[in-house]
Design a protein around this ligand. Structure first.
Ligand code: RUG
Length: 823
């Protein structure tokens, strides 16, 4: 039976907007600025959401379902206004209401800052998961940090990336609710006192600490069409008391100031590193801060309606998004023992049955390890607990393996201990302290089991499982690409919005000429939309009829934007030397932020822009290729880009990209993958068929074999392949910069003549020829219009598996065991 759409009172909304303009700004509708009109509209929308939010709370209190706490340092939510309209099924009435008020909905949407409390894939995954949890009707809390400054805004000046603070809160956030009544205290530093309480129990008390007040802000997470509204609770830090004269009198002046400083620094800024840990003290403080506040809240919420804290895990599960929130294991132990008086064994039983861990990377530089002295100084009681967890775990390893033939017990301890080499290994704590460990794509999980976490897998195979990532079709098709969304609905009905496997029905249209034509016309419209954006932001005119070849993602050596731009340089040479060769025009579109301190990544951005300058302005090229670097890649412009992509560049060194999710967003929008067999690409190809993707390069096994044997010598390729030699020489011959030494570091990364072990660690030159050949296959295929249309359509039709709804349902069925809320 088809569900009725949610009710939305258009007239009430209209009146509410007018009232808000008056009471918030003391202005008439005509006098209000676009930003003010956005704020007034967002508050009016929040009114409608709050009703559903309260109903959800009430139903949850009545039905008492199990709750998942999705704990994450990052939630890359993107703009809320349009997404909320979509999920409330209120896009049409709100558009009409605003039209009647003479307000352009698109302009309003553009007034909203793009909340960027995340770096890239990991944070965006968390946002997609929240959307799916609400849509599927599960009760969930996102737990995170309310950074004052999110991911920096990127400006390109003279081809270089310049970081500008993201002041997303400067006009306030109409969707958030400050919840003073749920504030918590979080303690840092000091020392631990052991004493015996009145009942003769040995107790531990942290003394001489600094304390901050964690204040929650709640954001609604609206499910699609079902009235469910979950909560993303992000924490801000405040000093416990303002400046205290009595502290001053007692000579505690220094401490009072330190406490204030700590509070003001804690939530100041998101660390802008993706797949790389800076290891800063403040980062560990951030982690403990939001985890302590969230775990305290979860326990208190449970105890409001339940008596036995020993059964906490029956109603609650914590999913730890990477190692960043792993301190939750020890914090839960601490609270259960020190505040709720459970014994070690009782607390351990609850903790391991509550916690689950997702691993998102095998990159060594992203694995979190904290120096013991820092950890102990900052979190003395937590350290004691970790130390004891470690002692018991090492004991267990010895019991299990001592005396087993052929097993080196010391080697096992070395590879699995939580405390080793004066470091606290957070991944190990997460694995030992929980009951589920998952990777984010089949290949990634396999690599974890067979290589990175082999010893753990052998010791506790029952904990390991795979959950291939997914994305929400509500934002990345319904909102991002309304033309295609309408077309899909016209062809197969609208069930795909909540059940992406329905897309398969589109396969029936793969050979239908009319459908192919319509599909490609929509792509063309979306390319025109992006071309307009590019003209406005870059001043570059691009031909919407050219192939839009897109690589948008964080800049990282393993993602190999350098391989892409070297290939562009080669193409440039090819056109210059063979001006009459038949060549289909291509527009290479890049978008990427580099971590502020990652010099190679920043230089790659400069190179892309330098190549763009040369190529776009060379009359010999005559527009056959264009290169565009889109400034400030973020969720809102990503939506335009995905909808317009013909080719989806997913060219990471095989084995390095855990999953990728941009690959899924582009597939959904009918782009064809040009990629290596890495991460979720493997599963994409599996779904769509190898004939509908362009695969090239070393396999993950080949890469790992090379790595085990100390790499390879790129000089051999440089010396034997004239294409490679020419392209590399151009990096240092003044073609792209008057300063010939500018790009030398990139040249050296590839050829490192001093230490060949360090040369081309990401196998760029090794994959170069195979990449060129795949690029050629693309140009050929595109010229066969029917073939291309069929391939593109089949990509959209085959993306069913990659909905985050499917991923969440797998977590629910296999790990979390949640009950659906009845509304
Ligand atoms: O690099 C990974 C992506 O492959 C993956 O798709 C995404 C979501 O699972 O997470 C990314 N990631 C991994 N971001 N940070 C890390 C390591 O902390």
């Amino acid at each position: 039976m088809k569900k009725k759409p949610l009710k939305f009172d258009k007239d009430l909304f209209k009146r509410s907007v007018q009232y808000n303009v008056k009471t918030l700004y003391r202005k008439t509708m005509e006098e209000a600025t676009e930003q003010e009109l956005y704020q007034a509209s967002a508050y009016a929308l929040k009114d409608a959401i709050v009703d559903h939010w309260m109903t959800t709370q009430k139903k949850a209190a009545e039905q008492d379902p199990k709750i998942v706490y999705y704990m994450s340092m990052e939630f890359l939510m993107g703009r809320a206004f349009g997404n909320n309209l979509i999920n409330l099924q209120a896009y049409k009435p709100v558009k009409e209401a605003l039209d009647e008020l003479n307000i352009d909905l698109n302009l309003i949407e553009d007034q909203e800052p793009d909340p960027a409390l995340g770096n890239g894939g990991l944070g965006r995954l968390a946002a997609c998961f929240l959307d799916s949890l609400s849509t599927l009707g599960y009760v969930a809390y996102g737990c995170g940090i309310r950074y004052k400054y999110g991911m920096f805004r990127q400006k390109i000046q003279d081809g270089y990336q310049v970081e500008v603070p993201d002041t997303w809160l400067e006009n306030g956030n109409p969707f958030e609710l400050r919840r003073n009544e749920y504030a918590k205290e979080v303690k840092f530093g000091g020392y631990v006192n052991m004493y015996t309480d009145e009942r003769g129990r040995t107790m531990f008390k942290q003394e001489g600490y600094q304390v901050v007040r964690a204040v929650p802000y709640d954001l609604p997470v609206v499910g699609y069409g079902n009235g469910v509204v979950n909560t993303l609770r992000i924490w801000d830090a405040e000093p416990i008391q303002c400046f205290q004269l009595d502290s001053f009198d007692k000579g505690d002046y220094q401490k009072a100031v330190e406490q204030e400083n700590l509070a003001s620094q804690l939530c100041e800024v998101l660390y802008p590193n993706d797949n790389h840990i800076a290891g800063k003290e403040l980062r560990l403080k951030q982690q403990y801060f939001f985890i302590s506040a969230s775990v305290q809240t979860a326990l208190q919420r449970y105890l409001k309606h339940h008596e036995d804290i020993r059964k906490f895990y029956e109603k609650n599960v914590f999913q730890l998004n990477d190692t960043h929130p792993t301190v939750a294991v020890a914090e839960l132990m601490r609270l259960l023992m020190d505040e709720y008086y459970l014994s070690w064994d009782e607390a351990w039983d609850v903790t391991t049955k509550t916690c689950c861990y997702t691993n998102h990377t095998i990159m060594a530089e992203a694995l979190e390890k904290w120096p013991v002295d820092l950890f102990q100084r900052l979190l003395p009681r937590i350290y004691q607990i970790v130390d004891e967890i470690n002692r018991r775990f090492v004991d267990q390893i010895m019991r299990q393996y001592s005396g087993s033939a052929g097993i080196d017990v010391q080697a096992k301890i070395r590879s699995m201990a939580i405390l080793y080499d004066n470091q606290v290994k957070m991944a190990h704590l997460a694995i030992v302290g929980g009951h589920s460990v998952n990777g984010v794509a089949r290949l990634h999980t396999e690599i974890l089991e067979k290589r990175e976490l082999k010893d753990f897998y052998e010791m506790m195979p029952e904990k390991f499982n795979n959950k291939t990532n997914g994305i929400t079709q509500r934002r990345f098709l319904l909102h991002a690409n309304p033309l295609l969304a309408d077309w899909v609905t016209e062809k197969i009905g609208d069930d795909w919005i909540v059940d992406l496997s329905q897309m398969e029905k589109l396969k029936a249209f793969a050979d239908d000429k009319k459908a192919q034509q319509e599909f490609m016309d929509i792509k063309l419209q979306n390319k025109k939309r992006l071309a307009k954006y590019i003209l406005k932001h870059n001043g570059i005119e691009v031909d919407p009829k050219s192939i839009f070849d897109v690589q948008v993602k964080r800049l990282h050596e393993y993602k190999r934007q350098l391989l892409n731009i070297l290939q562009v340089i080669h193409k440039y040479n090819d056109i210059k030397t063979h001006p009459n060769k038949d060549f289909y025009p291509k527009t290479y579109i890049f978008g990427a932020k580099a971590a502020a301190g990652y010099l190679t990544a920043k230089l790659t951005i400069k190179l892309i822009n330098a190549v763009a300058d040369v190529v776009n302005n060379d009359p010999d090229i005559d527009g056959k290729i264009k290169v565009v670097f889109i400034e400030d890649y973020k969720v809102s412009n990503a939506e335009l880009i995905f909808a317009a992509a013909d080719v989806s560049e997913q060219i990471s060194t095989a084995s390095k990209e855990a999953s990728g999710t941009g690959n899924m967003k582009m597939m959904l929008n009918g782009a064809i993958t040009l990629g290596t067999l890495d991460g979720a690409n493997v599963e994409i190809v599996n779904e769509v068929g190898e004939e509908n993707a362009f695969i090239f390069g070393l396999t993950s096994q080949e890469v790992m074999d090379y790595e085990r044997n100390g790499g390879y010598n790129p000089m051999d390729i440089y010396n034997s392949n004239p294409n490679v030699k020419k392209v590399l020489d151009m990096l240092v011959d003044g073609t792209f910069s008057n300063d010939r030494e500018l790009f030398r570091p990139l040249y050296n990364c590839l050829l490192n003549t001093v230490n060949s072990n360090k040369a081309d660690q990401y196998f760029i030159l090794k994959d170069f020829e195979s990449y060129l050949e795949a690029q050629k296959r693309i140009s050929d295929a595109y010229q066969d219009k029917k073939r291309w249309a069929k391939m593109a359509l089949l990509n959209t039709a085959s993306c069913g598996k990659f909905s985050s709804d499917r991923t969440i349902q797998e977590y629910v069925d296999e790990v979390w065991h949640l009950d659906k809320l009845e509304m």
